[in-house]
Design a binder for this molecule. Structure first.
Ligand code: AGP
Length: 610
């Protein structure tokens, strides 16, 4: 969501903070702002739009100072504008606050502060924090104490950085619900909401936990709880490489990430799929193996693309391992008083590991006694730390807002979990050797799909002005239809719907005419003939069919106007291949329409508010 960067050190803060903000732009980017401590004052600059706008407005020699902080904003309260951009100041301009999260009781606090004579500039929830801290400091006490007291009064979530011109040389940092990490450089300290903003300066970091508070100055970093109890944090090592968070010659991060998939799937399998020994090893599940084997039911939680991965996981876990599985939108789960049993095992799937809804849902499941596990990409993220075990997908940093490589790695890990459980439970009639070989062959097969990118680009040119799209699939390819439609909506802003192919005749078929593009996923699997009947129904109504079909399907050309070929694989693993052309189609459609592929409007990479 929003991005936070802070700096205390011996170098100029502004350029370092700006550089960090650029690395975080993918998280939220309707406006950006910067504040630096200079000659006993706080100087501030804010701009609507991208960080580059802020950078061009920054004139040489201005904003000189070695303590600073900046923010990229994704609007929650108040429209994107300069006044609503962070930092937010108190009445005297002496206290500045940047904030990720939502202050839920801000209107009550604001009313009181207004009545006490505070003058507000913005419509944001964040501004109450600067005025509240100002108010509490009037009663005496230092900044640290006032921030602590203010945070005791607010309800909601926050990752904040606070500075004051009256107490130069320090930044105060606190976290509840929104991630913050502090990096230790040489004679400098950096703060960020995402480690990718730090990696070019340092690999040594500490992650703040909820309820923790830090004072960062040249004397060092002192960490305490919000209730002022000293805590010792252990310094961790970041494992991401700088080139992983750069575009590496590709026009967009999304295209780079699509093309990385043979490698990222291989990374998800590495050391885990041991074909020669005929075993699957998942170290992160070892400690909870007994719980997993005894589980009467698996519940998968996730949002967006991660939820789609969960749906495919349900087909695998039930279809191969025979384990009853339910998949829930994390955002709905905790508000419907779900029945959770101690014998339930819950998998939270999340690329970022920070999605507020997923985190809240897993906490709910944990509180009700279930065993909670994670399938997460970002190492050290909150979900990874709050789960009792799990599997990292090892897809590497995903910067494009539209998730691609994380999805195929999530599916790969779900396939591994399925095989592990099927074998451990002694499920009969599963040809493990065949399935393991199929998994092993997937990276190469994804590589083959990518060779067809040129053809997909041509198809995108044909349909770039379409107003609507339908995506149809059956069985485990139904979630692929959902995912294809989501990708198109997200980055090309074309209305699209994913549907189970056979459900079409119960309503959406009314939409089909000679203008409607219909993407049909028709692999030669057990239900091929059924899906073909559904494709016939589209053709009979003169819909424009784009088929994703296997290389050896000689008949599909008679039905479809365009055919995209994918290699064959074992049925339940098909989604890992079939989604790739849909990612490319949405990518090239977006490029043809001139939209902002990596940072589509209104979206944020990591949704850290409810
Ligand atoms: C995917 O393209 C989306 N940007 C979005 O749906 C995403 O999958 C969702 O917000 C969940 O994120 P997470 O995997 O980081 O939890």
């Amino acid at each position: 969501m929003c991005g936070i960067v802070g700096y205390v050190g011996s170098r100029q803060a502004a350029p370092i903070v700006l550089e960090g903000l650029k690395r975080l732009e993918y998280r939220g980017y309707d406006s950006a702002g910067l504040a630096v401590q200079q000659d006993g004052k706080i100087v501030m600059l804010k701009k609507v739009g991208k960080v580059s706008h802020l950078e061009s407005a920054l004139h040489a020699g201005t904003m000189a100072g070695s303590v600073g902080m900046g923010h990229t904003r994704w609007a929650t309260h108040g429209e994107p504008s300069e006044v609503n951009a962070h930092p937010h100041l108190d009445c005297l301009g002496a206290i500045a606050v940047i904030h990720n999260g939502v202050i839920e009781n801000y209107s009550v606090l604001k009313k009181k502060l207004l009545a006490d004579g505070h003058r507000f500039q913005s419509d944001t929830d964040t501004e109450v924090l600067s005025h509240l801290i100002e108010d509490l400091q009037k009663a005496g006490g230092d900044l640290e104490q006032a921030v602590r007291q203010a945070l005791h009064q607010v309800k909601g979530t926050y990752g904040i950085v606070v500075m004051s011109s009256r107490e130069p040389g320090k930044l105060i940092v606190a976290r509840k619900g929104s991630p913050l990490v502090i990096g230790f450089g040489e004679e400098e300290y950096l703060i960020a909401s995402d480690p990718s903003a730090l990696v070019q300066h340092t690999r040594k970091v500490i992650y703040l936990e909820d309820g923790e508070f830090a004072v960062v100055s040249m004397e060092g970093v002192s960490t305490r709880t919000l209730d002022d109890v000293a805590i010792q944090k252990s310094v961790e090592e970041l494992t991401i490489e700088l080139e992983q968070i750069e575009r590496g010659g590709f026009e967009h991060f999304m295209l780079k990430e699509i093309h990385e998939q043979p490698e990222t799937i291989r990374n998800s399998l590495r050391g885990r799929l041991q074909v020669d020994e005929g075993v699957v090893k998942l170290g992160g599940l070892e400690q909870v193996k007994d719980k997993l084997l005894a589980a009467r039911r698996i519940i998968i939680l996730g949002c967006g693309t991660s939820w789609h991965a969960g749906l495919v996981g349900e087909y695998m876990l039930e279809g191969i391992a025979g384990i009853p599985t339910e998949v829930e939108y994390a955002s709905e789960f905790r508000y419907r008083n779900p029945v959770i049993m101690e014998s339930d095992v819950v998998f939270a799937i999340s690329q970022s590991g920070e999605t507020a809804d997923t985190l809240a849902a897993l906490r709910e499941a944990k509180a009700k006694g279930a065993t909670v596990l994670g399938i997460v990409n970002v190492v050290g993220s909150t979900i990874a730390r709050e789960t009792q075990g799990g599997v990292y997908i090892h897809a590497g940093p995903e910067i494009g807002v539209a998730s691609t490589k994380a999805f195929t790695s999530q599916l790969t890990v779900l396939a591994l979990v399925t095989l592990l459980l099927a074998r451990a439970r002694g499920v009969p009639h599963v040809d493990y050797t065949l399935l393991m070989n199929e998994l092993d062959a997937l990276p190469g097969k994804v590589g083959k799909v990518l060779e067809g990118a040129g053809r997909i680009k041509e198809i995108a040119e044909v349909f770039k002005d379409a107003r609507n799209f339908l995506y149809l699939g059956r069985g485990s390819n139904f979630p692929v239809a959902l995912e294809g439609a989501l990708k198109l909506k997200e980055i090309s802003y074309i209305h699209a719907e994913g549907y189970p192919a056979a459900e079409m005749k119960h309503g959406p078929i009314a939409l089909i005419d000679e203008k409607m593009p219909v993407v049909c996923i028709v692999p030669k699997d057990a239900i091929y003939d059924k899906v073909i009947s559904n494709v016939q129904e589209v053709k009979a109504r003169r819909g424009r069919i784009i088929a994703v079909a296997n290389e050896d399907d000689d008949d599909i050309g008679d039905l479809a106007e365009f055919v995209i070929r994918v290699p064959r694989t074992f049925g339940f693993f098909g989604p890992i291949l079939n989604v790739v052309p849909l990612q490319l189609l949405s990518y090239y459609m977006a490029v043809a329409r001139g939209t902002n592929v990596d940072q589509p409007r209104n979206l944020a990479k990591s949704v850290t508010v409810e």
